[in-house]
Ligand binder design. Structure first.
Ligand code: CP
Length: 335
């Protein structure tokens, strides 16, 4: 049994096989590969794209999706091993994961960090608990990484650029009024470096560097493929000759739980917005973002409405890559 918790434990060859299957599914090949199967989609946080694409993807494969929001329309869960459950939780993840595994062929989980203590959040306890106690494959629908978004990003880049080896991938921090999850930024580092791109990380200061786990993984992948990971705080040089500009906002890790102190830093960097002037410095780059995106905060209307903006393509491809993932993990082509 194989989980899909992070792309770090999947080789480039295995990930490319998922992308190739996604391309076939997008062309209408294979049909109802998961007829009669079912998937539980557990959302501890809101979603538009992830919920819709998984639910419709399961339907298109002939499977049934059950959407649950623990604490809202399903029992609130406890995760502490050996704890005395005298709080609000009515059920422990041990039983929840075991019971759902009896009903379903796949369990998918979205559980964002709590934004209080990064040393706790980086353990990804909710996802890891489901992976430990489920007896069916578990899919990460975004926790501290967003591997399904990674697949959609790379699928979209390959549709537009072919194999991306050697291309310059710029991951730029952008301003947002609230501190956001680092998951998509971590994931962008992982997938771009694994697929042989030269990665530039642009952020306002050292405080916005990503967790060393992902910085190191990107450096290791780049070293293996003879490319590079560069960190810069200089906007002009970062955009110069970029082939892909990928934007994301995230909260600075040293300020987790202390966001009032981070706010002035963030507020001083509204000029990291992606605009046409910056895009002119690139090598006719594609622009993308995982969405949702606040227009004229993270990127201008002109950028979002430009032909080079592939954010909606990427969102569409969530459907196709996740169908490939569900088909692969649930054995849809091998039975
Ligand atoms: N990109 C993404 O995961 O979108 P949602 O938060 O709407 O699911």
């Amino acid at each position: 049994m194989r989980h899909f918790l992070t792309t770090e434990t999947w080789s480039r060859t295995e990930l490319q096989a998922l992308l190739d299957l996604a391309a076939q599914l997008k062309q209408g090949e294979h049909g109802a590969t998961l007829a009669g199967k079912s998937v539980a989609l557990l959302f501890f946080n809101p979603s538009m794209r992830t919920r819709t694409s998984f639910e419709i993807g399961a339907f298109q494969l002939g499977a049934h999706a059950v959407v649950l929001a623990p604490g809202r329309d399903a029992w609130p869960l406890a995760f502490e091993p050996g704890g005395v459950m005298d709080g609000t939780a009515e059920e422990h993840v041990v039983e929840a994961a075991r019971v759902l595994s009896r009903y379903c062929d796949l369990i998918a989980v979205r559980a964002f960090p709590k934004f209080q203590d990064w040393q706790i959040d980086r353990q990804d306890r909710v996802l890891q608990a489901f992976a430990e106690h489920a007896t069916v494959p578990v899919i990460n629908m975004e926790t501290i990484v967003h591997p399904c978004q990674e697949l959609a990003l790379m699928h979209t880049l390959q549709e537009h650029l072919g194999m991306c080896d050697g291309k310059k991938f710029l991951l730029t921090w952008t301003y947002h009024p609230k501190p956001l999850n680092t998951a998509v930024a971590n994931s962008a580092l992982l997938i771009a470096s694994k697929f042989g791109m030269n990665v530039t990380l642009l952020c306002p200061s050292e405080e916005y560097l990503l967790d060393p786990r992902y910085m190191d993984a990107a450096h290791t992948a780049a070293h293996a493929s003879g490319t590079s990971v560069t960190v810069t705080h200089d906007i002009d040089s970062a955009y110069a000759d970029a082939d892909v500009v990928y934007a994301k906002s995230w909260g600075a890790l040293p300020y987790f739980g202390n966001w009032e102190e981070e706010k002035p830093l963030r507020d001083a960097n509204r000029h990291f917005i992606v605009d046409e002037h910056k895009m002119l410095r690139t090598n006719n780059a594609l622009f993308s973002h995982c969405l949702p995106l606040r227009r004229n905060i993270k990127a201008t209307d002109e950028v979002m409405d430009a032909d080079y903006c592939i954010a909606v393509d990427e969102a569409e491809n969530r459907l196709h890559v996740q169908k490939a993932l569900m088909t692969t993990l649930a054995g849809g082509l091998s039975e």
